[in-house]
Write a protein that binds this ligand. Sequence first.
Ligand SMILES: Cc1cc2nc3c(=O)[nH]c(=O)nc-3n(C[C@H](O)[C@H](O)[C@H](O)COP(=O)(O)OP(=O)(O)OC[C@H]3O[C@@H](n4cnc5c(N)ncnc54)[C@H](O)[C@@H]3O)c2cc1C
Length: 413
Amino acid sequence: MDIETKKAGAVVIGAGTIGAATAWHLAKRGVRDVMLVDRNQVGTGNTSKAASLMTSIRHKEAMVPLIKETYDNIDEIENLTGESVGKQTVGTLHIAASQTTSRTLDQLREIADRHQVPYQELDIEQLQEKLPWYNAEKAVRTLFFEHDAFVDAYVLAKVFAEAAKKEGALVIQNTEVLELVRQNKTMTAIKTNKGTIETPIVVDAAGAWANQLSLQVNVPIPMAPVRSIYWITEKNENLFPKDQPMVSMPDAMAYSRPEAGGLLFGLREENSPHFHPDELEKAPNSEFLGNPEDQWDIIMEHGQDFASFFPGFEELGIENCITGISTYTPDGYYTFGELPNVAKGFYVAAGCSGAGVAGSGGIGRMISEMVLGQELYADPSAFLVDRITDFDPMSEAFGQRCADARSKKKDGG
Ligand SMILES: Cc1cc2nc3c(=O)[nH]c(=O)nc-3n(C[C@H](O)[C@H](O)[C@H](O)COP(=O)(O)OP(=O)(O)OC[C@H]3O[C@@H](n4cnc5c(N)ncnc54)[C@H](O)[C@@H]3O)c2cc1C
């Protein structure tokens, strides 16, 4: 169906968790005729691949208020729509198995104290009880954040989009944005395969494809598409009770959470593959991202450390392997904001650094406050799109810097 020429107060391109949350925040704050446009359907981009851990306390402290905002938003959109996002509050265990990691837990404690987030120190017996599969003897120290949750990111995007509709936004699916139109360095419209939408505000939340759009208006986004990968084991009620906590294990470069009676675990590769945006398919495609043999090789190569903490690991069947694209920045922070001297009215909301489910509501609120010129609820300086200069987001060298940020990541999914 042609949308012909329409007028919007703001257009958000990309209906993943970040775009859908941004559309809701804009509509909720009174921007009229917000349009959320996606070439596929809501939540079917890399959002549909996420492990969806919402680790609240991270070493990158600037992210903490944004993640808290997402937790608050979930309560609000569930009330508004009457729909559940599938939030499971099982808590997070940060386990140190070395003195070096133990010192980083001191930093996490300080961050938690500053943000008044409660936690407990667990002894070996308490850890073993919560995590039957883990060899608790190896733990030097454990911090437990009992209020942490994971969600179903696909459902979260859908509920954000539903909430946006309730606030008057229009959700336009199966519609591809082809061209961004500027006059005198000011946004005026977008052209889609179904018609033109006139708008003074464009938010680029197109995930791994965001640079393909933003470069049309000379805004390079400091991020690159990087592969993320995790596996799901067979079910085992004794080893993997459904309410077992999520786990961050920096000493094994691994994380985990319960999934349908099995264990979902992710490993960080030393060299995460990165991709040129033009080479990506238009929807996530696991085969493109690594064939089944590669995926086994990764377990063989990087799973040894994980297996050393999990005595029964090698006997356990693996039921599924999920690969997807995260968008990493070289410093591992989100990236958003406007470059008004280059493209007034064009806002970036991308560069999720593997935490764009957790930070989605927080990013959406930030963008909406920027658009409306309101006081920002948190300090944006760590995230601003122009914090990194003199780079070509399409270059191999820059892609490698972003991939390194994933490989070095210490916490979250
Ligand atoms: C394996 C894996 C595990 C992850 N685990 C976690 C985790 O534990 N915790 C966490 O917080 N995050 C995690 N993430 C990251 C998380 O998935 C993303 O940060 C989050 O879903 C936000 O994605 P997005 O909205 O930026 O992109 P996407 O969901 O990819 O959305 C972008 C959308 O833009 C649309 N689009 C692109 N180009 C156009 C165009 N020209 N016209 C119209 N539409 C267009 C696409 O169709 C797509 O729907 C993980 C990611 C992966 C891949």
